[in-house]
Design a protein around this ligand. Structure first.
Ligand SMILES: *[C@@H]1O[C@H](CO)[C@@H](O)[C@H](O)[C@H]1NC(C)=O
Ligand SMILES: *[C@@H]1O[C@H](CO)[C@@H](O)[C@H](O)[C@H]1NC(C)=O
Ligand SMILES: *[C@@H]1O[C@H](CO)[C@@H](O)[C@H](O)[C@H]1NC(C)=O
Length: 470
């Protein structure tokens, strides 16, 4: 039988198209995600995120002008349940017709030097930065087309704070840059209207939230999109699944971007990329999915507070304990700093960050690129936490929050073998050890170290090799 020339042309064309499609699919490695949680939750996190472990969070916006109480200042002044301290502060210090919007022109940022910030963040040992680009007050730190007269280009800084910081970080360091973005805005009339309609209308989402999110991602190409502020409503109102599908399939950062779980009241601790659950989430237990502990150096607030006291800030020991517990349990930690309205990072924050960096330069081997071990904390010793590295099975890092006072550190979790050796990161000589007498376990016998010999001043890491594999 002879094919008509037309038919054979068509079938050649069909085969050609099929080959093209196949080639395209395999070229992109290409799973395409569909806008449902089953598909979106199945995306493996880009590897950098689990490896990098430590990020810096920056809450900087109009709330940095009053810099009093916290970033919820406006809501607690004018919202349905005003807080007396804020109401009184405003009565005593401002004229009666002063509005929150009047604070914006005082967001002066005259000392903001993004290259100086980048140097501090790099010195801290953190590997990524997440900048608040719009909090619940609605003020955008970039000159958004969708935030008329309520953005950093039009009022206050008269600068693009997102462009400046992302550029400095990328030019000066190897850190990744990410954005925090609030879905809802407390007092936006369109949001309030959709809310009054029981979220059966989506005027706010379609004209504000989504255009703004696309603008942010297309323009600044962040590697983290840290969503927040579900405004007591669910993902379907926010079109979250559609947005994330675009982020994973077609956005300019589709291969590197990570996102969190705050995409609607039904998503927290359940759907999205990494899980943040609540603020300052530190479960002290290994979790099944990748998670992040977003916490603050000032234990009382996310924003700079002019009336903070020294005791409000985590000590370096407390900060390191938080990092160590988090990483042992498979989490990342996002450490918040509140810059001032003038654009400076107060010395107390800078000091904590530089201390953290000095510790990580000695002990980073036990943090970056590690995985949780069989045990997270020791069975005998509450101040000892563990990490391990996939590429060196049989080696564990014991991270010790208190130097063993009698120079004996009995540990119940690792069982030594004849070829076990123990070292102290940052110290050159082998550390003696003994087996535990009646149980599996090890007693590490560190020598008395002088101030010159001790590798760091807070939290020490014993590297134990060739332990018995479980
Ligand atoms: C960033 O930090 C690393 C590690 O401490 C250091 O070697 C490098 O010089 C720093 N880079 C800048 C630009 O400060
Ligand atoms: C919203 O829901 C409430 C309670 O279900 C109902 O009383 C109210 O009439 C609804 N409003 C609108 C605008 O649909
Ligand atoms: C540490 O490990 C023990 C089990 O050995 C466990 O009971 C305890 O809850 C763990 N967590 C903390 C924070 O100590």
């Amino acid at each position: 039988m002879e094919l008509s020339p037309l038919l054979s042309d068509k079938s050649i064309l069909a085969v050609f198209i099929a080959v093209l499609l196949l080639a395209q699919a395999s070229f992109a490695g290409s799973v395409r995600y569909t806008p449902d949680w089953e598909s979106l939750d199945s995306r493996p996190l880009p590897a950098w995120y689990d490896q990098d472990k430590i990020g810096i969070f920056l809450h900087w916006g109009v709330f940095s002008v009053p810099s009093f109480v916290n970033a919820w200042f406006w809501y607690w002044w004018k919202g349905p349940q005003p807080h007396l301290d804020i109401v009184t502060y405003m009565k005593q210090n401002y004229r009666p017709d002063f509005t929150y919007a009047d604070f914006a022109k005082e967001f002066t940022t005259e000392f903001f030097d993004p290259y100086r910030w980048a140097e501090i963040f790099n010195a801290s040992g953190a590997r990524y930065v997440v900048q608040v680009t719009k909090h619940h007050e609605g003020f955008t730190s970039w000159p958004s087309k969708y935030s008329w007269n309520w953005n950093a280009g039009d009022v206050g800084p008269n600068r693009d704070l997102v462009e400046e910081l992302s550029t400095a970080i990328r030019k000066k360091t190897n850190l990744r840059y990410g954005v925090y973005h609030s879905l809802f805005e407390w007092f936006n009339p369109l949001f309030l209207k959709d809310k009054a309609n029981n979220f059966t209308t989506q005027d706010f989402v379609l004209s504000k939230t989504l255009p703004e999110l696309y603008e942010l991602v297309n323009k600044y190409k962040p590697d983290v999109v840290w969503s927040d502020g579900s405004g007591n409503t669910i993902d379907t109102y926010w079109n979250s699944k559609q947005f994330i599908a675009w982020l994973y399939n077609d956005s300019p950062v589709k291969d590197t971007v990570v996102t969190n779980d705050r995409w609607g009241t039904n998503c927290g601790c359940k759907h999205g990329g990494f899980l943040t659950c609540g603020d300052r989430y530190n479960p002290k237990k290994k979790q099944n999915r990748k998670w992040e502990n977003a916490m603050t150096i000032d234990r009382k607030a996310w924003t700079f507070r002019r009336n903070a006291q020294l005791s409000d800030f985590l000590t370096v020991e407390e900060l390191l304990a938080e990092i160590i517990q988090t990483v042992s349990c498979g989490g990342n930690i996002l450490i918040n700093v509140g810059p001032t309205k003038e654009g400076t990072i107060a010395p107390i924050f800078e000091e904590r960050l530089r201390q953290m960096g000095s510790w990580l330069r000695v002990n980073g081997e036990a943090i970056y690129g590690t995985s949780p071990w069989t045990h997270q904390n020791d069975t005998l010793h509450p101040n000892v936490w563990y990490t391990t590295r996939k590429e060196t099975p049989g080696t564990v890092y014991a991270l010790v929050l208190k130097w063993p006072s009698n120079l004996q550190l009995p540990l119940g979790a690792p069982t030594p073998t004849d070829s076990t050796s123990v070292t102290l990161l940052g110290y050159n000589e082998d550390i003696p050890w003994e087996g535990l007498l009646k149980a599996p376990g090890i007693i590490i016998l560190p020598p008395a170290l002088s101030v010159q010999e001790i590798p760091c001043l807070w939290a020490w890491v014993f590297k134990i090799t060739n332990i018995k594999m479980e």
